[in-house]
Design a protein around this ligand. Structure first.
Ligand code: NAD
Length: 246
């Protein structure tokens, strides 16, 4: 039931980090994987490695996302699995947070998830089957201090309710929608935090398992939600954080 033979899976932000681990894991389970990212070099290399496809996709551009969904549907049919994973971080105290930085974080992390779900979900709903996994964060549930990232937190909280809203709208149409809320996970995005030991040490100290998560540990949960193993699971936020928010 964890297998994905013959399924088509699309992963946004799939070229690196957690998205790349998810792509590898879905491919190992038998899916044909579309790596959708703005990073052409890393995305193409990974897609080749997986025997999948690379799609240049900026999730902040709705027309581009709609066109990609139409092209994908025409060439391969609607995906069976969509993982809306693309995300960025911007750290700044709120009184210093520039409007354009607020907007960029909301654009990629929240509107980007909506554009992806709307464009690719339409074909799934029409067909009457599919699983959508949105990559949120534990920062959508709690404020992780002392890292000042109000825009990121607000966007991720939005992703959680967006996933639940779509889950309820699409439940009777055969499409499940869930989110994963990772804690600190060892990717470029997080390891850069080592240069700020006052943050990095806090993350480790406050994680009951006393370590960062590995991208593979997030990917294993994405496989569960993508596959028929979770056939009665929809509208949930699966927290994967080594106990941080417990
Ligand atoms: P990463 O920076 O390693 O990878 C992000 C990927 O998204 C990159 O390949 C990048 O090119 C791509 N991307 C960025 N903007 C894009 C856009 N506009 N359109 C398409 N692709 C775009 O980050 P990561 O750590 O792997 O994070 C992946 C997701 O997991 C994000 O949504 C992030 O918020 C979430 N997350 C990460 C952590 C963590 O500790 N690493 C914790 C909780 C949640």
């Amino acid at each position: 039931q964890f297998g994905l033979p013959g399924r088509l899976a699309l992963v946004t932000g799939g070229a690196k980090g957690i998205g790349a681990a998810i792509g590898r894991t879905l491919a190992a389970a038998g899916a044909r994987v579309i790596v959708a990212d703005i990073d052409e070099a890393a995305g193409t290399a990974l897609a080749q490695d997986l025997g999948g496809l690379f799609l240049r996709l900026d999730v902040t551009k709705p027309q581009e996302v709609d066109a990609a969904a139409r092209r994908t549907a025409a060439e391969h049919g609607a995906p069976d699995v969509v993982v809306a994973n693309a995300g960025i971080v911007h750290n700044a105290p709120s009184v210093e947070l520039r409007t354009q930085d607020w907007a960029r974080v909301i654009d990629v992390n929240l509107s980007g998830v909506f554009h992806t779900c709307r464009a690719f979900g339409a074909g799934m709903v029409e067909r009457g089957s599919g699983s959508v996994v949105c990559i949120s964060s534990m920062c959508g549930e709690i404020v992780v201090w002392p890292q000042p990232q109000a825009a990121y937190n607000a966007a991720k909280a939005g992703v959680n309710l967006l996933a639940k809203s779509l889950a309820v709208e699409w439940a009777a149409r055969g499409v499940r929608v869930n989110a994963i809320a990772p804690g600190y996970t060892a990717t470029e995005l997080t390891l850069a935090g080592r240069s700020r030991p006052e943050w990095y040490d806090t993350w480790i100290d406050r994680t009951p398992m006393h370590r960062l998560g590995e991208p593979q540990e997030i990917a294993n949960c994405a496989l569960f939600l993508a596959s028929d193993a979770s056939s009665f699971v929809t509208g949930t936020v699966l927290t994967v954080d080594g106990g941080y928010t417990a």
